[in-house]
Design a protein around this ligand. Structure first.
Ligand code: ADP
Ligand code: MG
Ligand code: ZN
Length: 714
């Protein structure tokens, strides 16, 4: 299995639980997998699929995702296909034929197929070795994403009693979990649950004041990276996207009100790294499997912690450090409250309100946010501090809070434990509003007793007193605060207390990252450029070629030959063959020009044998070849394919290396210029272009030089 892992996926190690799950599958048993987003669920069925003899069926609800996943598998040299409603019946029957002939290893199918008897007949004609139900929570009405079509899957076990089945999901409460197991008849299956702690996510909550300014500051720290910003309404998304564009960012709005085509376009721009920032309502995300999202912003706060956790889970699926920022203001809660009030079902309304209150509480925490979240999802975090949330990492200045605590607690008692936080604060600040006057609270000794804290600061201090148990807060729509036993004892015993100094403003600085490998940022950028070009040529999203994690390793270890390149995480046999030359060439040039020396890569898994089928001319050169045969000028060939001339010349070089016979006579450069360049090559050698370029004082462009070198070598 380790060999297959390296050969096809280019990884050296399994992530937690992957090996256990795979062993379980390989021993022919069913399984149930609960793993957070980005945990690496796909591998749990993709790897066994390669080791087993027949075909593996994968049921997945997201038609949009299927193509990307299949493309990614194909890029790794794995025979994968999908069948869903986007294909014509001819295409489908072709795939069916190939599957019957044993030419497909992994077959993705949409759940509604199981309603067709012809499809069931087709399945019966296959040798099926494993069935995987991905996003399995879709089968449960209790889940947040129920798909009626998934109900068809309850026949699976009856149809294929002896085939192991594995169900996978990232979100399942106990109720949903039981539902999945019952519906899919997996009662006997072992359950694999991995921790929901995502250590690479740095989370923080910032006050929503001057929010747009802060947003821009945060985005500046993520330039060129993929970012999702969640907003409350369609209007908000459009407005913010528009303002970001005005500020020079590449941003697009995404919401359910857009036409299907437009939605598809925006998703594609994002996936292909053409637009870095998506400003979306929660409608965005389910259809996206982008592993290198570096920042998720909640511009309006979410209506439940479940939703929040799932949304921030879309950051950093590749395991690299990523940031999650939530903008918090109580005013936003009122927007949600407004909608909750429209809910007719009283029980439902109460539930929604409770969920909203939990988000509010989460926002006002002064203790570890991750601990709170994990507790909320029923998991115990050992340490009190995670070191990756703002509460743990930002230095909190303390002050002697004895006096202000006495004042706040007294005010709560004097107003008879009957009012909310804001009312108590009004009294403390001496505000003569109507309610205060009616209650004669302007006559209390605590009225106007606080002079040295603002309303906002008092709010934070009061929240801390609630969090630390000196005050109690009732549940419900208008929570009332009252003194607790601990609070009473504090006053009675004249205790002292240190409080966290109220924060005026949390600056919008980037979370400190740790554990990240140092890499050359300039080279990283060039590698990303190259990846983008290759992705365009192959018409796949860039991350299908290599993940950011792989590029960073390249920019750190500087592999300049294929041997070293094969050790980079994410480089399997197929990708080594297909992309190794281009990437190592770029790195080689960079290393030479900057006088760097490559780092030896740590000896990891045994590198796969070179039993690789040679891909002579990747199909994407076909177009270039066709245009060359028509004797189209180079510049136009490049333009036609939206490529840089240098890329076309690269194609040419490769085609010629591969023994392709192409008539390049017509490309010849003006004789005199060509001869000058050839002489320079003779003088300086043609390995490096830079010395020649410099010798000729820049009168010849790199494109020209590269073409001349090619012709000169023929
Ligand atoms: P999930 O379906 O659980 O959300 P995926 O299967 O999409 O997660 O995997 C998330 C990311 O983790 C992908 O980019 C995948 O390539 C990567 N990944 C999975 N397993 C490993 C591994 N053993 N080593 C390194 N990266 C891995
Ligand atoms: Mg998945
Ligand atoms: Zn923490």
């Amino acid at each position: 299995m380790n060999n297959l892992l390296k050969k096809y996926f280019g990884f050296d190690e399994f992530r937690p639980l992957q090996a256990d799950i795979i062993n379980n599958v390989m021993s022919g048993k069913d399984g149930f997998v609960l793993m957070p987003t980005g945990g690496g669920k796909s591998l749990c069925y993709q790897l066994p699929a390669l080791a087993l003899s027949g075909v593996t069926l994968v049921v997945s609800p997201l038609i949009a995702l299927m193509k990307d996943q299949v493309d990614a598998l194909k890029a790794n040299g794995i025979a994968a296909e999908f069948i869903n409603s986007t294909l014509t019946s001819e295409q489908i029957s072709e795939i069916c034929n190939r599957a019957r002939a044993g030419e497909v290893k992994i077959l993705y199918i949409a759940p509604e197929r199981f309603a067709l008897s012809s499809f069931k007949d087709f399945l019966a004609s296959l040798e099926i070795s494993l069935i995987a139900v991905d996003e399995a929570h879709c089968i449960s009405e209790w889940g947040h994403d129920f798909r009626p079509d998934y109900r068809n899957l309850n026949q699976l076990k009856a149809m294929f009693p002896s085939v192991p089945a594995i169900a996978l999901t990232a979100t399942a409460t106990i109720k949903v979990r039981e539902d999945i197991i019952r519906q899919l008849h997996l009662e006997k299956a072992p359950i694999f649950i991995s921790s929901f702690n995502r250590e690479n996510l740095h989370i923080r909550v910032v006050e929503k004041k001057q929010a747009f300014y802060k947003l821009v500051e945060i985005l500046k720290n993520h330039s060129g990276e993929s970012v999702i910003i969640y907003c409350f309404s369609r209007k908000d998304t459009e407005e913010i996207a528009h303002n970001l564009v005005l500020n020079g960012f590449k941003a697009r709005a995404y919401h359910a009100g857009l036409e299907a085509n437009e939605r598809k376009l925006v998703q594609e721009l994002f996936i292909k790294d053409k637009v870095g920032i998506i400003v979306a309502t929660i409608a965005f995300g389910m259809g996206i499997d982008k592993s290198d999202v570096r920042l998720v912003v909640h511009y309006t706060f979410p209506k439940s912690l479940e939703g929040y956790y799932q949304e921030i889970g879309r950051a950093g699926r590749d395991g690299l450090e990523s940031e999650c920022v939530l903008f918090y203001t109580y005013a936003d809660a009122r927007k949600h409250e407004f909608f909750i009030k429209q809910i007719d079902d009283a029980q439902q309304a109460r539930l929604s309100e409770e969920k909203l209150n939990q988000v509010l509480e989460y926002c006002s925490l002064t203790t570890c946010r991750k601990k709170y979240l994990l507790n909320y999802f029923g998991e115990q975090q050992q340490a009190d501090e995670c070191q990756s949330c703002d509460c743990c990492t930002e230095v909190k200045e303390k002050f002697d809070g004895t006096e202000i605590t006495q004042k706040i607690l007294s005010a709560v008692i004097r107003t008879q434990n009957r009012f909310g936080k804001n009312y108590v604060i009004d009294v403390l600040l001496g505000r003569k509003n109507q309610k205060v006057l009616l209650n004669h609270h302007d006559e209390l000794s605590v009225f106007g007793i606080v002079k040295d804290f603002s309303e906002h600061e008092l709010g934070q201090l009061t929240t801390e007193l609630i969090n630390r148990g000196y005050l109690l807060k009732s549940a419900g729509e208008y929570p009332i605060i009252s003194i607790s036993k601990k609070g009473q004892e504090f006053l009675l015993n004249n205790e002292t207390l240190e409080l966290i100094k109220p924060q005026v403003d949390k600056t919008a600085t980037k979370a400190k990252s740790k554990g990240k490998i140092e890499h050359n940022p300039e080279l990283f950028e060039s590698l990303r450029e190259l990846r983008k070009t290759m992705a365009e040529e192959a018409n796949v999203p860039p991350f299908v070629i290599f993940s950011d994690a792989s590029l960073r390793e390249m920019a750190h270890y500087l592999p300049i030959d294929k041997e070293a390149f094969s050790k980079i995480s994410g480089v399997g046999a197929k990708k080594l063959e297909q992309f190794g030359d281009d990437f190592t060439r770029l790195i080689k040039v960079f290393v030479k020009e900057h006088g760097l020396s490559p780092e030896p890569l740590p000896a990891k898994t045994k590198v796969f044998e070179a039993d690789i089928v040679k891909v002579a001319h990747p199909q994407y050169y076909a177009k270039t070849k066709e245009l060359l045969q028509k004797k189209i000028p180079l510049a136009r060939i490049a333009k036609n394919q939206n490529l840089k001339p240098i890329t076309v010349i690269n194609h040419l070089e490769k085609m010629i290396d591969a023994g392709e016979r192409i008539d390049l006579e017509y490309l010849k450069l003006p004789r005199d210029r060509y001869e000058v360049m050839c002489r320079a090559f003779h003088e300086f050698g043609d390995e490096k272009l830079k010395p020649v370029f410099e010798y000729l004082s820049g009168r010849y462009t790199y494109d020209e030089l590269q073409l001349a070198r090619l012709l000169n070598r023929l």
